[in-house]
Structures are given as C-alpha cells and as structure tokens.
Design a protein around this ligand. Structure first.
Ligand code: GDP
Length: 301
C-alpha cells in the first residue's frame, strides 16, 4: 500500500495541491466554491458527486464557523472516503472450492490492460503458492495469446490457448476450465477480447463464453478492466459490459498516469460494484488491492 501512495501521489499532486490551495486561499466566496467544484469535476468524479461533496463541505464550514485548511482537508477526506464506500467487499473470489478451481473471467476493451492485469494477478496468486492456469480466450489476434503466454511463462504458470487464429473463444475458455479441473488448479483466469466497435458481436461473443464456461463450472468473479486515463469514456464502456456479463469487480489500470482518480467514484456508482484492484505500472508487481482511505490520502497529498 505504501507503493500505491507513492505512485498515486506522484500523479495526483496537481489535483491535491490545487484543491487545497483553493480551500486555503482565504475568502471562501461563491466563486471559490465553484472553483473547488470544477477541480473535483475535472478529476472525473462526476458532476453529481462533486456537487454533493461541495454542498456538504459548505454546510460544515458554515455550521462550524471555520475555514481552517487542515480542518477542511479532514472533512473532505472523510467525505471522499464515504463516497467511495469503504463498506464494499473488495476481496477477489479466487479461493479453490472443495471440488473445483475458482474461475475468473477478465473482460474489457482492448488496450485497457487486460492481459497485463491477468499476468500481474497470476503473479500475486503464485506468490501465495496457489496453482494458477491461464486461458487465452482472445483468439482474434494470435499476438494476444502469445502475449498472455509470455506473461504466463514469466510468472511460472501454464496457458491454455488455440494455435488457430480466429478459433472459437468460448471453446478455449471451456478447455481452460476443463484443464484446470483436471489438473487440480486452484484458480483459472481467462483473458478475453474486447472489440467494442461492434457491440452486437461483443455481446454475442462474451455471452457465449459465459454460457459455455457455465456448462462446466460457475464463474466466481468477472473483473472489468478500465483504463483510468480514458475518463468518461471508461464509464460508457463499463455500461456496455455490464449489460452483457455480471461484473463483480473493477480493475482500474494506469492510475500511475493520471490525476483523474475520481473515476473510481463514478464507476462504482454507475455499476454498483467495487473497484477491487488498481494498476500502477507496466511491471509484474504493479498491481495493488484498492483501499479507499489510502487512495483518498494519495489524492489529497
Ligand atoms: P489489453 O489489450 O486490454 O490486453 O491490454 P494490454 O494488457 O496489452 O495493455 C495495453 C498497454 O497498457 C500495454 O502497453 C501495458 O503495458 C500497458 N499497461 C497495462 N496496465 C498498466 C498500468 O497499470 N499502468 C501503465 N502505465 N501501463 C499499463
């Protein structure tokens, strides 16, 4: 978690600084409050959440009769944490059950960091001495399976794939789950394709993957990978995927490259599911569990 703070702090200082400069700038007139609201909106928090935060802060300022910077920072911190909802369960359902491996499906638009996330997640689980198997159900490009297999080799796990470009992704997913069951794996992680330009195709393909896997095993977790740097576009993607599969958790990648961490709030509100993991870089160790308090502290640093 220390690393999360360090990484986020680096990209978010502009946000935190400008917000606190506004709050600490003396006279808090209407214009100043509007600036605070604009800064919050600019961080992709969403208009509704930003307005709500500012209204609450204003009320507290007038009720307590203080504009002390540290006090206001404390209030803002509290309210932001509340907005991210610390009561949500952010654990990944990846425990092997008595008779079968856990099955994780990883979905999202191409380029958001799906394959990288699968690799990093496998590494975390391998470090916990669990037996992991990967499934390369992005069969559209041979390079995608190669990339996953490379990650697998890097972290020491096998990858089930098809050598035929354009093979049926549902069949590969099925084979991966079957192989996982037959080899007593603890967890099977399946990487999928996400070509959003054709929504009907995406729905057909993902829907079929889900149905076919479920012939063999329940799906324990569907992780939606979103690129934090895409802002509101990420929210639109989330909506489309949520229509096709029952998303159970969000992975927000590339948080190391943006000051717009507010998307955490927007996407959780929209889907009603928690951000469970965050991507903080391209390396194998750059994945962290999402913790609201650490995140807000980094945001306000
Ligand atoms: P996919 O098409 O969704 O499977 O995306 P990839 O896993 O191939 O990732 C796309 C690009 O984003 C690659 O260059 C990754 O190294 C990079 N990437 C993935 N996650 C992160 C992250 O958390 N931070 C940064 N900075 N880059 C990332």
């Amino acid at each position: 978690m220390q690393r999360l703070r360090a990484r986020l702090a680096r990209s978010n200082t502009a946000f935190g600084r400008s917000l606190l400069a506004l709050l600490g700038g003396g006279k808090l007139d209407e214009e100043a409050w509007e600036d605070v609201e604009d800064t919050l909106i600019a961080s992709d928090l969403g208009v509704e959440a930003a307005t709500q935060l500012v209204d609450k802060l204003k009320q507290r300022v007038s009720a307590e009769g203080t504009t002390d910077e540290e006090t206001m920072r404390g209030w803002l911190r509290e309210d932001l944490i509340e907005l991210i909802d610390p009561s949500m369960d952010r654990r990944i359902s990846s425990r092997r059950l008595e008779d079968r491996p856990a099955v994780l499906l990883v979905v999202g638009v191409n380029g958001t960091g799906k394959t990288t996330t699968v690799g990093k997640l496998a590494r975390v689980m391998v470090a916990e001495e669990r037996k992991v198997l990967l499934g390369a159900a992005d069969t559209f490009r041979a390079a995608a399976a190669d990339q996953l297999q490379t990650w697998g080799a890097r972290v020491g796990v096998d990858t089930i794939r098809s050598d035929k470009e354009g093979a049926d992704p549902a069949a590969v997913a099925f084979d991966a789950v079957k192989a996982g069951q037959e080899s007593d794996a603890d967890v099977v992680i399946i990487d999928t394709a996400g070509r959003l330009h054709n929504k009907a195709n995406l729905m057909d393909e993902l829907g079929k993957i889900k149905r076919v896997i479920e012939k063999r095993s329940p799906i324990d977790e569907v992780l939606l990978v979103l690129d934090a740097t895409t802002g509101q576009n990420g929210l639109k993607q989330a909506e489309v995927f949520a229509q096709v599969v029952n998303v159970t958790g969000i992975v927000l990648t590339k948080l190391d490259g943006t000051a717009k961490g507010g998307i955490v709030v927007g996407v959780q509100r929209q889907l009603g599911v928690p951000v469970k993991l965050v991507g903080l870089g391209e390396g194998p160790d750059d994945l962290a569990p999402f913790d609201p308090a650490t995140f807000v502290d980094a945001l306000l640093d």
